[in-house]
Design a protein around this ligand. Structure first.
Ligand code: LMR
Ligand code: MN
Length: 361
């Protein structure tokens, strides 16, 4: 309880506890009224806001009412806006909000998911206010990690560094920031990529230099210029046939017949290009169910990536595999662009049945 209670809420904790108890018991309507009563005298209570949102969410489920769900989402958003809200509440609200928006069928990869930096250096985000953690991390790393530890203890995500929300994680999977192809299930695919890397590079460079269909990536947490060209992505209708025709060597390795190693609905295949001077601030992927591989195509000195506590560099023609549910940060301090082929694989510990059952992300 302490972690979700700020100073002002501490003074009214008895009332809050009572309302929350009603919520736990399933007395949604009474809980809602109680929270509303508290809000009348304490309009800035983060816990009361959060509680009211939960009550509304529950009632909306029961009544199958989109209007109430809308209100609940709005309410969660308000929590994420409150300057005094404890981090854990902000994070939980952010996660609930995204979860509910997804439930409603919104594409949370749209602009709402992105953050914008305000003039004062704080970060503003319309959905996942939890990305305040980014702002926090830009300024106070130590404090940020304290909060992440709290978050992990609260069961929001697996660990200080691995922060994909547990609602999208699967338990019991092996977990580490970097993987080597030796303990990876797709050795053949990796070898095939490495064997064909020059052909892939030539195509990729050709496509890039014509700047065909590269889309700006990670605006909210990138200083500089980072773009991706999608061959495969749920958002772009799975296989992007037009883009695939432009880089034939890649689809040849990953065609539909070769028992596709891709997370059908949870990952992408893309070219990723980063201009010199680019810095991608620490961020975390949505789920621990995929592993991300990078085939180095153009890798200037000074291009590097930190995943969790460890920083590595790419090598041309070599595959680097990492778990993007760990916080990662990327720099290109080189003097040319950095180009790589990115392929997401299912986590090797997932069974076929689990893969089939996982919802798209
Ligand atoms: C990421 O997931 O952030 C990386 O793949 C970015 C990149 O292209 O280096
Ligand atoms: Mn990333």
């Amino acid at each position: 309880k302490k972690a979700i209670t700020n100073e002002a809420d501490y003074n009214i904790r008895k009332m809050l506890d009572m309302a929350e108890l009603q919520l736990e018991r399933g007395d949604d309507h009474q809980a809602k009224e109680k929270f509303e009563e508290i809000l009348r005298s304490h309009p800035y209570s983060p816990r009361a806001h959060y509680g009211r949102a939960q009550a509304l969410e529950s009632i909306s489920e029961f009544k199958k009412s989109n209007k109430l769900l809308e209100q609940a989402i709005e309410m969660y958003e308000q929590v994420t806006e409150m300057p005094d809200a404890p981090f854990i509440l902000i994070l939980q609200s952010g996660i609930r909000q995204v979860d509910r928006l997804r439930f409603r069928g919104c594409n949370t990869n749209d602009a709402r998911y992105d953050t914008m930096e305000r003039a004062d250096g704080t970060v503003d985000n319309k959905v996942l206010r939890a990305s305040r953690r980014l702002a926090l991390q830009r300024r106070k790393t130590h404090e940020a990690y304290q909060l992440y530890k709290d978050g992990a203890r609260q069961g929001l995500f697996p660990s200080m560094y691995q922060r994909s929300p547990n609602v999208y994680n699967v338990g019991g999977l092996r977990t580490k920031p970097f993987w080597s192809e030796k303990d990876f299930h797709q050795k053949l695919a990796i070898l095939s990529l490495e064997d064909n890397w020059e052909v892939i590079r030539d195509e990729a460079v050709r496509v890039y230099e014509r700047d065909e269909n590269f889309k700006v990536e990670g605006i909210s947490y990138t200083e500089g210029d980072w773009k991706r060209f999608f061959l495969y992505s749920k958002d772009y209708g799975s296989l992007d046939r037009k883009n695939c025709r432009r880089t034939r060597s890649v689809p040849k390795i990953f065609d539909g017949r070769s028992k596709t190693p891709l997370p059908a609905s949870r990952g992408q295949v893309s070219l990723s290009v980063m201009m010199p001077g680019t810095h991608v601030w620490p961020h975390t992927g949505p789920s621990n169910t995929r592993l991300r591989s990078h085939l180095g195509l153009v890798t200037p000195k000074g291009a590097r990536m930190r995943v969790g506590p460890e920083t590595r560099v790419w090598k041309e023609g070599k595959v680097l595999i990492f778990d993007d549910s760990f916080e990662h940060e990327v720099w290109n301090d080189g003097d040319t662009y950095r180009l790589l082929l990115l392929i997401d694989f299912w986590h090797p510990d997932l069974t076929e049945a689990q893969r089939e059952s996982l919802s798209p992300l």
